[in-house]
Design a protein around this ligand. Structure first.
Ligand code: BDR
Ligand code: CA
Length: 312
C-alpha cells in the first residue's frame, strides 16, 4: 500500500480526492492536514471530519494545519464554489469536528513511516512551507515523495489571469517550497483544468454504486458544476483538480512528466504566477533545485480510473 499524508482544504474537489484516496485499494491515508483555501480552516477541518465519519475511518488522524497565509493576512475563501455550509450543497453546520492533532503530529508521522510516506499537497502551500522552514532539506530525505497541486505554466490562471489558486493564495509559501524542494512533482492547471468529470458520470455512480460516499456525490457535484458552468459557459461537468494527483500516484502511465526549475512571482501584477524555462535550450539557475511538472495526460484514462475507484 502507498502511504499518503494529505494536506487539504475541502472544498469539493479536495473532498473528491479524500474519498478517492479512502476508496482506492492501493492507497493508505495515514493522516489529513486540514488547511484553509477553498473554505476556512475550521470548515476544512469539519468537512474532513464529516468524510472520515461517513467512511467509518475515525482512526485516521486529522492534523491542525494553517489558517492564514504566511503573511498573516485573512485569506480570501471561495464558498460560492465550494459550499456555504459544508461541501457543495451539503449542510454540515451541525457536524462536530473530530479531535485535531497538533501540527507536530506531522513530524511523528514522517518519523514513523520513514521513507515510505508520500506528501500530497492539495491546498495553499503554507503548511508545507512551514515544514520546509522547520526541517530544512532534511525533510525531503525523510519522505518518499512530495506531490503538489499548484501552478499554471503558459496557460491562464484560475484566480488571476496568470496565477493558480494554491500558489496565489500564499505565494511566499509557494516560493519557499519551489526553491527548497527537489524532485517534487507539480500538477498544474495545465492538467487539472482538463480533469473534467461530467454530471452524467456522477449520475451513473449515484445510481449504480454502494459506497459510503454514494449518497453525497450528487449534492456536492451539482452545486460545484452549476458554479463552474457560470465560470466556463458550456462546460460539461467540472474539473476535479485534486483527484489528478492521486490518480497519478496510483498509475503514472497516463501522465507526461518533464524536469524543470520552477519559479514563483510573489509581488506585482504577476503575483502568484509560476514559470519555468521552456526554451529549447533552457538556462539553468545555479543552486536552484530541479523539480517535475506534469504538463499533459490522457483525460479518458483518468476518467475511467475515477469511475472505477468510485464504483467501490
Ligand atoms: C486548486 O485550488 C483549490 O481551490 C482546489 O481545491 C485545487 O486544489 C486548483 O487551483
Ligand atoms: Ca484543494
Amino acid at each position: 500500500l502507498k502511504k499518503i499524508l494529505l494536506f487539504a482544504d475541502p472544498g469539493v474537489d479536495d473532498a473528491f480526492a479524500i474519498m478517492y484516496a479512502l476508496l482506492h485499494p492501493e492507497l493508505e491515508v495515514v493522516g489529513i492536514v486540514c488547511d484553509y483555501g477553498n473554505v476556512s480552516h475550521s470548515a476544512a477541518c469539519r468537512n474532513t471530519s464529516f468524510l472520515l465519519k461517513l467512511a467509518d475511518r475515525k482512526d485516521i488522524p486529522i492534523i491542525n494545519g494553517s489558517s492564514t497565509p504566511l503573511s498573516g493576512v485573512a485569506p480570501q475563501l471561495f464558498p460560492e464554489i465550494h459550499g456555504y455550509k459544508g461541501i457543495g450543497g451539503l449542510d454540515l453546520t451541525d457536524v462536530q469536528s473530530l479531535y485535531l492533532h497538533p501540527f507536530f503530529k506531522i513530524y511523528e508521522l514522517i518519523e514513523q513511516y520513514e521513507l515510505d510516506l508520500t506528501i500530497v499537497n492539495l491546498s495553499r502551500l503554507t503548511s508545507l512551507a512551514k515544514l520546509f522552514m522547520q526541517m530544512g532539506s532534511e525533510m525531503q530525505q525523510k519522505v518518499k515523495d512530495i506531490i503538489i497541486m499548484g501552478g499554471a505554466f503558459l496557460v491562464p490562471g484560475n484566480w488571476t489571469p496568470l496565477a493558480e489558486a494554491n500558489v496565489y493564495g500564499d505565494p511566499q509559501a509557494a516560493r519557499i517550497v519551489a526553491s527548497m524542494g527537489k524532485n517534487m512533482t507539480f500538477v498544474p492547471l495545465n492538467i487539472s483544468n482538463r480533469a473534467i468529470i461530467s454530471n452524467g458520470m456522477i449520475d451513473r455512480l449515484s445510481n449504480h454504486t454502494q459506497t459510503p460516499f454514494t449518497p453525497i456525490l450528487e449534492p456536492i457535484m451539482d452545486f460545484y458544476s452549476k458554479k463552474y458552468n457560470e465560470i466556463i459557459p458550456g462546460i460539461q461537468g467540472a474539473p476535479i483538480h485534486d483527484v489528478t494527483l492521486l490518480s497519478y500516484l496510483t498509475d503514472k502511465s497516463p501522465f507526461h512528466v518533464i524536469q524543470k526549475q520552477v519559479f514563483v512571482v510573489t509581488e506585482g501584477p504577476a503575483k502568484g504566477m509560476t514559470f519555468a524555462d521552456f526554451r529549447p535550450v533552457p538556462e539553468m539557475v545555479s543552486n536552484y533545485p530541479v523539480n517535475q511538472i506534469i504538463l499533459n495526460f490522457n483525460v479518458e484514462q483518468f476518467q475511467n480510473d475515477f469511475m472505477k475507484v468510485f464504483s467501490g
